[in-house]
Design a binder for this molecule. Sequence first.
Ligand SMILES: Cc1ncc(C[n+]2csc(CCOP(=O)(O)OP(=O)(O)O)c2C)c(N)n1
Ligand SMILES: [Mg+2]
Length: 624
Amino acid sequence: MTTRRLTTAQALVAFLARQYTERDGRRHRLIGATWGIFGHGNVAGVGQALLEAHEDMPYLQGRNEQAMVHAAVGHARQSRRLSAQAVTTSIGPGATNLVTGAALATINHLPVLLLPGDTFATRPADPVLQQLEVPYAGDVSVNDCLRPVSRWFDRIVRPEALVPAALQAVRVLTDPAQTGAVTLALPQDVQAEAYDWPEEFFAERTWQIRRPRPDAEALAQAAAAVRSARRPLLVAGGGVHHSEAEEALRAFADATGIPVASTQAGKGSLPYDHPCDIGGIGHTGTATADDLARTADLVIGVGTRWSDFTTASSTLFRHETVRFVNLNITAFDAHKMAGLSVVADARASLEELTAALGDHRVDAGHRARYTSAKAAWEERVTAAFTAHDPDAAPTQAQVLGALDALVTGDDILINAAGSLPGDLHKLWRSRSADQYHVEYGYSCMGYEIPAAIGVAMAAPGRPVWALVGDGTYLMNPTEIVTAVQEGVPIRMVILQNHGYASIGGLSESVGAERYGTAYRHRAADGSFTGPPLPVDLAANAESLGMRVIRARSVRDLREALAEARAADVPTCVYVETGTADTVSGPPGAQAWWDVPVAETATRPSAVKAREEYDRQAAARRRHL
Ligand SMILES: Cc1ncc(C[n+]2csc(CCOP(=O)(O)OP(=O)(O)O)c2C)c(N)n1
Ligand SMILES: [Mg+2]
């Protein structure tokens, strides 16, 4: 047997550089680059290996471990999960900084390979710097925090264990039902240890991304259910995008006339101007979609996890005999809502369902109803987007309106948390399948800027916009430096409203009186009701190397956005949209969201909110 003598870290990097994915005849490098921040837990092992292999495995320098995972996740989503990135960290704090990013990746079913350094396997000195010691077990390290948020976790305590572990890691990364964060914890001594590796370990390997076809019987039952429904509705989730099923969905909608609503992850599955597209569904949905959901007798979920935002916390689907059909590659999700489950690839099952339905079409009355509701909602979008006074400061919706007037299907918008996801889900007119990139599985503040870098790397030449609230900006602005270093011309819009408009509004609705949600000085009575804080986020972004344009009015904003769009360096448009305790999003929520309210309280606001809560909660329904 021919062998090659390498360290464990060198072998891992050489192995990763030779893994490929293939789907629909297209081949991609699985791990195209490795992000890293070095410390004593990885500098001499993985760091040295990346240096030796720099031509085969590009290294990207991040500023914060969580942010590196966000960048990798953005990249994976933009690549339709056919390509991923690795993230290497030191031990201790560098490793535990991965936890939030790992949870985000796993929840969103997006692949990322995490390579945290780990404490010595051989333990010559115990403890080493940053080592956790617990009194009940000798084999626990901080990296065990990554187990519950990883789809696959292994600790490589001997060099030769890397061979099966690395193969399992890639199997999970490339499995469309299982993928998410995959962790290989690498004790720092083992990383640097040499071993004679079988040469075959480094052979090029191509992993077919499977498209399992639906079971014939399950599909026949699904087709029968659709045929007998009078008021069917389709809910498109993120699985439509992951599977590149947009064309198949369009063909299904064209043939059947069944209206298509979308979750946050599924928005853009149909372009907004397709006659069957009725926009977002659920708590942040459109009136069109939510009204149809309330009266639907059959709901076809495609690639959705049925989160509480989608089901309005189990209150949305109200038809007495409503049934669900779930097309999902993950059996776990396909069985939700007591649905008829079709466990298969979204594209394959949509194609087969369309064929099985032949010339079946929903009746004209159903079509007429959603067509006029869709037109009425479009008018509300236009009203929210339109600024009548170009010299006034824009509202948040008018900022979206200015973007709407500027962008083409080429532009990609990224957001994850705050009041923007709700406004975007309700209002945004998605022109292309991948334009709408809102991470709402984890809704993690601070995803936007690093994700924009990952997305821009996966979509060179396309304008990529990170839309960030001021709270979100303050959570995680540091990857701006990375965009500047790499010359990735991300566009960023900072919407300054001096605090948390989203949680402020929520707080008020649940009787918590906006407590702790505005960024204000303390007043004389100790409460945070003084003037807004004198922070200058535009100057902050500029200090990190961005080009910054301040927009004070709607007119300024239009010019600034156009300038940013044309820029070839990272560019920020900064705009004030009011204060977090005064702004309110247009239009209001069309369906409920369950956030439990104090059952007993002395303050009248909470007592009143609880009455409303009990009224809404009475509409909860378990679909069995
Ligand atoms: C990491 C993280 N911490 C906390 C939250 C809870 N949270 C959701 S939105 C929000 C406030 C966002 O503020 P900002 O970005 O200014 O947006 P705005 O609400 O003002 O639109 C908070 C704290 C979260 N989603 N993510
Ligand atoms: Mg804010």
